[in-house]
Design a protein. Sequence first.
Lengths: 394, 294
Amino acid sequence: MKKIELLSPAGDLERLKLALLYGADAVYIGGQEYSLRANATNFSIEEIKEACTFAHERNKKVYLTANIVFHNEDISGVEDYLRQVADAGIDAFIVSDPFIIQYIRKNFPDVEVHVSTQGSTTNVEAVNYWKGEGVKRVVLARELSLEEIKTIIEKTGVDIEVFIHGAMCTFYSGRCALSNYFTNRDSNRGGCSQVCRFAFDLENEDSQKFTMATKDLNLADQIENMIKIGVTSLKVEGRMRSHYYLATVISSYRKLIDLCYQNNLTKKALEEEKKILARVANRETSSHYFTHQADETDQYYTGRQELSNQDYLAYVLDYDQEKQMITISERNYFEPNTEVEIFMPSGKRISFTIDTIYDQELNPLEKACHPEEILKISVPEEVEPNSMMRIKVK
Amino acid sequence: MQYIVVPQNKQEIKTYQEKGVNLFLFGLKNYSVHYPELSLEEIEELSKESELFIAMNKNIFNEELEEVERLLIELEKMNIKGIFFYDLAILSIVRRKQLTLDLVWNQTHMVTNYNTCNYYFEKGVKYGLVANEITLEEICEMKKKTKMQLMVQIMGYPSMSHSRRMLISNYFKSMGKEKQKNRYTLQDHANHENDYLITEDKTGTSLFFGKIINGTKALPELIRNHLDYGLLDTSFISRDTSLQVLELFNEIKEKVEIGDNIDLDNYLEKTASLIGDSTNFFYQKTIYKVKKGK
């Protein structure tokens, strides 16, 4: 049986490399045209080529989103663009507009087509429709339960991708033009301005602001079920998310998936990863439709409740085996005697208490308080490049 | 151009027929969003004397597929002008069962380019209701470059979004209360300039922009460019107001079709006094990329 895929977002080349190093099996990216994150950095054709080379050298894959809902003016030039992207070596297009699907199938038969969640595909019949159009994979709507997904897999044989972690839309994907009306930005062409997170006043109700904002999705404790029902790919949301967020989330899901396949996923291990995921999230989370008809417990009602913390302390630049020291780039304030954890791309983690913080000339410092400052600290074990240091999650 | 009217109930049909309207749009009970619903039996009865488009434009789930197929087979036996669909399950069933039902592509905010119109036309979809979020220029270009028959909403509150979530009920539950009705007015907390409508039913929650589309200015251009249908959605608008607007639209249509000069300013003034002067996105292009061309 083929192992379930862990699919990570990547907003730029640096994050793509980190996501793959931290355990993603594939990444999805946006090009500089036709992607639903119009204001993300996104990838040039040269960067797409580099991304594909980097991924393929590690037996991993790169999927490119071209999932806007096209307007007339977007049609001219799209064919050239798709050809350039296909030539760059991507493994799949993630698209929602069917004329694009037809074009890709006809002209690039070797490149897979994945139907974007923007299509809000919610049932067997619709998945079978896409199957008939030569689609290899469907990213299902986030409004579905475990049972509904299971039935779709059993009755279609199409590869199914399911969102497992990250922000949720309040409305059906694609069936929302709030940004168009509130901010004149085109929701379905990458201009979503998250109007569903605004606060409103409902007529005659002044006791509490009306909000539609949803909590984030977290299906960490559903991985075994996903594997059992035959889901092909587990998708993490967030092409605009930070390096630290991606590394943390991908690392935790990598660990959970691997433990499942080793029949070794204990309650303790699951709880530990859930704690880590909770610390990196800036919102509360829920399983939403996957386990129940989404209700009032899945939403926020008292305005924005988005919290951030300073857990991320440093990025590891280098390890000196002889001195057993790491060189780091500081991210958030810390002091000696702070209990920290370094998590590494391989999944290895080490915990220890910081003894002394040094500057580059090995002068001791009372504290680390300048972001991006290059510092050195002693570590008890070897540390891999690209590791990250955080407050020890308890 | 022919007008399609969404009445608030079946009793209103006669009134609109007396004003020359022959086409009406209703939702099928439990399978539509945004439109007043009729049962299959009511549709059967009504279809004997009126030309009906029927909306089955909700997002469909596995457990509903069998019933959807049955309903489509029943609708095929009636004299239905076309079925509005959002979910591709409808298109798939119609094709698989080789039903002789005409379909209307009604993926609310996605009917935005001629190539996708042509794609669905090749799949047997005869009509498309264009998105309310595109410009008049884009609509006219679509018409030139597709054989699909196109519908344009020229009056009514534009739909902004639809959720499976029960957002009104959930809000009241969070305060330990129960909702008293299924439709409320919303205002942006930070800016009370605009009203929005929020409605809830079995399919979830819908939001509508609070300004009625007034297609008066666009209408002559739409007619001259051979747009096939103008949709007047009377939901949440009084019947008297809707009828007065319809009468004015009838006059405009007649004059444009016979090539008469029309005093558009006069019509604009009259319709604006009834439904406001919002031209929605007919003359306002949405921003694609914030960074582009800044």
